[in-house]
Design a protein around this ligand. Structure first.
Ligand code: ATP
Ligand code: MG
Length: 335
């Protein structure tokens, strides 16, 4: 029994929390509804998302995490407190020890802010794990071995590419691109090609239902509605999987650039391991069809998407918690 401990993936798009032995207990959008007048937090997660769009202008949506770091300290603290209280209600414990996964590329000041927010939200102690390490652990990669393992985590706001050996990061790159840029690329493309203005939710629906990184011989289409950009009237038309492949080209090129940068900086022996074992993708963004194929084709290195890719980071943080004593010295930071 590992009581009073929580593993947290504080993502740009989603916050996930796991309790060792019990699995994932929170999986909610990182969104908070705040009163514009009083700054009071009105709702968190799915409730906040549902509230928005159906409420007056006096309620605003805040995404407290931006590109993997805290954009609004108070709101992050409030969101964490809300989740801690929710979990305390189920498991009847207070002041947990927590491990929080953060991008490898954030500064020590940004890291400290995460620890401070968790402690003021009610954690007794907060450790930080670099998210590529957590992602690799959660993907089942034996990170402790003296061999190079390459992980590519594509989230909502960040893409992290890292080579890990002996439990730590040897080379890494964080790019501030991810699923959100893909949504925006789809919006821009549909507007340009079809003169149709679509909303974010519609773009995400296209991405999830028919989206693909590579052009496919079998065309799939989806009926979408929006407003005509010329006359502003409502309009419905069909968008295809191959439209998405065209739309996401630039975002994928940026991701490839990060992968290439990491490969160029990887010491030869470890690079040989990567070529041998291939690259592993995690994060929600890796679910876009064909992204593994695309990366493999461009780099010439085999690539596969991990099982349960969106949850690898939180699962890896959970594994680190279970082995806290092994990890404390080497892998985790206190501040
Ligand atoms: N089936 C899918 N196809 C394509 N994209 C998907 C799919 N499912 C989820 N996504 C995208 O994955 C992204 C969220 O991924 P994830 O939850 O890993 O991000 P995060 O951890 O919150 O963000 P970050 O790691 O950047 O801080 C969103 O942009 C979402 O639209
Ligand atoms: Mg993430």
């Amino acid at each position: 029994m590992y009581a009073k401990r929580l593993a947290i993936d504080l993502g740009t798009t989603n916050t996930r929390i796991a309790v060792p032995g019990r699995g994932i207990v929170v999986d909610e959008p990182s969104v908070v509804a705040v009163s514009a007048d009083t700054n009071k937090i009105l709702a968190v997660g799915k409730d906040a998302e549902e509230m928005l769009g159906k409420t007056p202008d006096s309620i605003v949506a805040v995404n407290p995490i931006k590109d993997g770091a805290i954009a609004s300290y108070k709101v992050t603290e409030g969101m964490l407190r809300y989740f801690f209280d929710h979990i305390a209600g189920i498991f009847s414990f207070v002041r947990p020890e927590v491990i929080i996964a953060v991008p490898a590329g954030i500064t020590s000041t940004e890291r400290r802010a995460v620890v401070d927010a968790a402690v003021s939200a009610g954690a007794k102690q907060a450790y930080i794990i670099k998210s590529p390490v957590a992602a690799a652990l959660g993907a089942g990669i034996p990170i402790g071995t003296p061999s190079g393992h390459m992980i590519i985590d594509i989230g909502g706001g960040t893409t992290e590419v890292a080579v890990i050996s002996l439990g730590d990061i040897v080379v890494s790159e964080s790019a501030r691109i991810g699923g959100e840029e893909i949504d925006q690329a789809i919006i821009n493309y549909v507007r340009k090609k079809y003169k149709l203005i679509i909303g974010l939710k519609t773009a995400q629906k296209i991405k999830h239902k028919i989206g693909s990184v590579v052009t496919q011989s079998k065309e799939k289409t989806l009926e979408v509605s929006g407003s005509n950009s010329v006359n502003n009237l409502p309009e419905t038309l069909y968008v295809s999987n191959n439209d998405v492949a065209q739309a996401v080209g630039n975002v994928m090129s940026d991701i490839i650039s990060s992968v290439k940068l990491v490969l160029q900086k990887t010491p030869p022996e470890l690079a040989a391991d990567v070529i041998d074992k291939g690259m592993v993708m995690t994060g929600g963004g890796s679910l876009l069809r064909g992204s593994d194929q695309f990366l493999a084709k461009i780099t010439g290195i085999p690539c596969q998407v991990a099982d349960d890719a969106p949850n690898c980071v939180v699962k890896g943080a959970e594994i680190a918690l279970e082995r806290l004593d092994d990890f404390k010295e080497k892998v985790l930071w206190l501040k």
